[in-house]
Design a protein around this ligand. Structure first.
Ligand code: EPZ
Length: 430
């Protein structure tokens, strides 16, 4: 298994191109199931999760052609995917594939809407919490689906097609909103979704569905009104920039000091997290082609933060913020309200000398004068990258094991950081 070695203490200076958003690319690829025509997605990041979803979609009969990155193109722009689901050859998404990536469960709504039936494995547990699918199933039932669970599979039927309905989510769920939105685009009549997730990735999918011929009002708000169509068309859509990658590198720059332009990204995608970063003492400014993060030699101020659905502080940046706060001048408090078990980075950060106490959903982080490099273990995607940030701050060598988690969601991480002066390298297993 590959490992990543970091020698900490270097400042980051230069530019980092921000890739297309993983969490938008995945549901956008799934949207290809809704039409016989070709859906072209530009700026798709080259990530393990994207490649796995490509396999899952091919299994359903989707034809996928990839144009690689263009030489001479803007460095942040990714690959172009052409996806054509002329015939859906298989409406089953098997356990072997779905258990490896939760987002693949989102094929349920589109398959059901287009084919009148789908059999999709339950996604199974995940390291960051129990992550049930009750909200997905309730939403599809509101659109007329008959759903049973049998031997670990969700078996959904709508022999006469889905019909528009009124979905009121009791809790904000990104995935359930995607599933409902994708299904509603092909349902008969109007669907209203209340308490929809407002994450920019949901808005990106909705905008793509509009290009495909759906009528959607309220994009970017918590109430979506969708006029379903009997047929959707092909479209060309560019995946929006990855706000979590943006935030991660922004925190890394604040952590090490230095001055970096994050190219191809936007400040409005991450308003709260940038406000938090500014409170720590870093400066965040817009540039022509992105966002500039700078921190002079001064120390970091502590912050109190609670994770919330968008536009609040994202759970996907909680671990990275915690890494940053291990060196603050004082005590920070971070409360995780989205996932009950998203603190696995705490014991790994402690191996580097961090002083963190956990009480239920709240972590209290007392800033220390220095961290010291150590071997650590990556546990999930965002926890892993928090260890990279801590390693960049630590004195001496940090060796991160099990880095395949990082490859699920960060494109060319070592290259992007080392170009800005970090001493980071991947040690490939023999
Ligand atoms: C998406 O996961 C993201 N994944 C996650 O990013 C992100 O952490 C999460 O949204 C929250 O922002 C992708 O976009 C691929 P949820 P999702 O449904 O959709 C509960 C990463 O690192 N819930 O919004 O699975 C759930 O347990 C990943 O890139 C139910 O109770 O998250 C959680 O407490 C990790 N019942 C809360 O809702 C349901 O049916 C929010 O989860 C569904 C969810």
């Amino acid at each position: 298994m590959d490992r990543i070695k970091i020698i900490g203490g270097e400042r980051l200076n230069g530019a980092i191109p921000i890739s297309g958003a993983k969490n938008a690319a995945l549901p956008l690829m799934i949207a290809s199931l809704l039409t016989e025509d070709r859906l072209t997605l530009k700026n798709v990041p080259n990530l393990a999760d994207v490649n796995l979803l490509a396999r899952i979609l091919r299994n359903h009969g989707v034809d996928l052609a990839v144009d690689g990155k263009r030489s001479g193109g803007a460095p942040h722009l990714g690959e172009t995917f052409h996806l054509t689901a002329r015939d859906i050859s298989d409406t089953t998404a098997p356990y072997e594939l779905v258990s490896r990536m939760r987002a693949s469960f989102w094929v349920l709504g589109p398959l059901l809407a287009r084919m009148g039936q789908a059999k999709v494995s339950l996604p199974g547990g995940c390291a960051i919490g129990t992550r049930p699918v009750d909200l997905h199933l309730a939403a599809l039932r509101d659109l007329g689906a008959e759903i049973e669970i049998e031997s670990g599979y969700v078996i959904a039927r709508a022999p006469k097609g889905l019909v528009g309905g009124h979905i009121i989510f009791p809790k904000v769920s990104v995935g359930a909103t995607h599933n409902a939105l994708l299904a509603a685009a092909l349902a008969k009549g109007e669907t209203m979704i209340e308490n929809a997730a407002r994450e920019p990735e949901v808005g990106d999918v909705a905008s793509c569905l509009v290009k495909m011929g759906a009528e959607i009002e309220g994009i970017g708000t918590s109430t979506l009104r969708i006029q379903g169509k009997s047929r959707l068309e092909g479209a060309v859509h560019t995946v929006l920039p990855d706000r979590i990658e943006t935030g991660t590198f922004a925190f890394a720059v604040a952590a090490t000091g230095g001055d970096v332009v994050l190219e191809g990204t936007r400040r409005d995608l991450l308003k709260t997290a940038f406000e938090t970063l500014a409170q720590t003492g870093a400066s965040v400014t817009d540039t022509d082609n992105g966002v500039r993060i700078a921190r002079n030699g001064n120390g970091l101020e502590p912050v109190d933060v609670e994770t919330q659905p968008f536009p609040g502080f994202p759970t996907d940046l909680q671990a990275q913020l915690m890494a940053l706060m291990t060196r603050a001048h004082g005590t920070s408090v971070i409360r995780e309200t989205i996932f009950e078990n998203r603190f696995m980075h705490v014991q790994e950060l402690a191996r580097l000398g961090a002083d963190i106490k956990l009480h239920g959903d709240t972590a209290t982080i007392k800033g220390v004068k220095s961290l010291t490099g150590a071997p650590v273990m990556a546990t999930d995607l965002r926890a892993s990258v928090s260890l990279v940030i801590a390693g960049l701050m630590a004195e001496g060598e940090t060796m991160i094991n099990r880095v395949y988690h990082l490859d699920r969601g960060f494109e060319r991480l070592e290259e992007k950081l080392s170009r800005c002066g970090a001493r980071i390298e991947r040690l490939t297993a023999g």
